[in-house]
Design a protein. Sequence first.
Length: 438
Amino acid sequence: MEMEKTGVGVSAVDERATMRRVFRRIVPLCFVLYIVSYIDRANIGYAALQMNAELGLTADAFGFAAGIFFIGYFLFEVPSNMLMARYGARIWIARILIGMGVVSMATAFVQNSGQLYFVRFLLGIAEAGYFPAIIIYLTSWFRAKEQATVVALFTSAIPVSYIIGTPISTYIMDHVSGFGLTGWRWMFLIEGAPAVIGGLLTYRLLVDRPANARWLRQEERDWLESEIALEHTARDGVKHLGTWAAITDRKVLYLSMVYFVYQAGSLGVGYWLPQIVKGAAKSMSNVEVGLVATIPYVIATIGMIWWSRRSDRTGERQRHAAWPLLVAAIGLAAVVAAAGVIASAALLALALTGFYAFKAPFWTLPGLFLSRSTAAVSIAAINSIGNLGGFVGPYAVGLVAKESGRPALGLIFLAALTLVAFVMVLLARLAPRAESAR
């Protein structure tokens, strides 16, 4: 039985070895590149510890600056993914990384709020399409039964980017200066450069599809191509739609609204977490704030990987996407009543674990009712519309912080939104036979 044939000229033993080889060549590179890109997107939260005073930003102005990134992202998300389909993953992902690295470095030279808004808007345009591009790219290499775990390992780069980026960002801010530039400006310069380098490496190392992978044997390439093709053409209840129909499909729009609400909560926490921690212990230095703020992300990383592996093991997707949102809502609401930095960090860890555990099962949901080519456009649409929540969440917290002087109070609003997302996912009817379409 061990040598039973499972595909085109590949035994069960060879199948496992092939997928291990694919995993080692694809996932670590995507993981590192996403860490680099996410640091460039999120490090404004740590810059705020110095930048707000230097530029004279009010709480709501900072929230607007953090959120306007997602307006640019929204406008160019779907066009970006359509261009990726035309030019290929290797060229387009490299273009995205180089563009966002250059724009991120340019943030070091802004002199007022208007310039900051403009550069953050450009950063959203530069990064537009990156996340769905990688998700779509991974579906070209991994089968459905492996995708939740693979996507979880890839998206774990988000909390890991905070774990790595937080101490680095705060250290640069407190210890690097010169040439008339203060610490937060050097942070943008130094942390933007790896994206440019990563783009060049992507162009050199990435392979668009298994058929072009010279590091696989011919029979392995043929087997994997046939497995992926078969999986995306032989499923009941799966629709193939044109571009406009894929974007406007009722279920796609429903998932877009879910992701909008989710992103408002998740990113509202992410961008304001350093200031929430600072508010709980005002005597801490920036580096100490950074070290405390990493703890919730360490816990969230472990939780999201475990939960996503459980989803793959059981084959269930929808409830695995829903229940983490309830956990996140409870954690957020409880933070407001927490006394002290330890209790605040523990509850933020609970909330972030819920937010990140949601991601991988959620991104398998479009594949329950759409063909691969249709899902590609739909994932871009869901991510594009949903990321508008990344504007609403940080800005809403900023408005609350301006009026109350306590950013943590804004978490009540975010908790309510997250609870709405939980109910929406739990009650969704995505396919007549969702379980059979896994």
